[in-house]
Design a protein around this ligand. Sequence first.
Ligand SMILES: [Zn+2]
Length: 155
Amino acid sequence: MDNWKANWATSPRKAKMDTLDTNFPFNKFRTSLRSLTRPQCSLLFQLRSNHIPLNKYLNRIGKAEDKFCINYKRYRGTEVPETVIHYLFECPSYDYKRHSLDAKLGRSSRDLKAILLDKEAIRELIRFVGRTKQLKPSLGDVSKFRSMADYQQYR
Ligand SMILES: [Zn+2]
């Protein structure tokens, strides 16, 4: 599974699927990717497409035994599907790590589509994902941002 996760982030099949989503203002989204690292870009594509190594999706494609969040079961004793929204905004095991995300984004903090169109909000979301470390095995370290010097180089 780790191998699959690693390959998924950069697979051409995935890239193709991403471009098929015509409901999303792709150009604006792409502009906001320019200053980000490769793992960070992969993360945003995965969040946007819902094709992300969380159990709901992994189970659907036969890569996880069930679709439920392991942490939630441990904390609350019941089962909820591990969706993108659950992971980012609801999972109680990350409540503490979510504080600065909530503080920064305020009321829009549950609107993923709005977040993905806002450069500052994206950075805050990336920081949160980095803090949880949950996607680290598949994406690498998303918490490292490009330095200003790097950014100039890539423009
Ligand atoms: Zn959870």
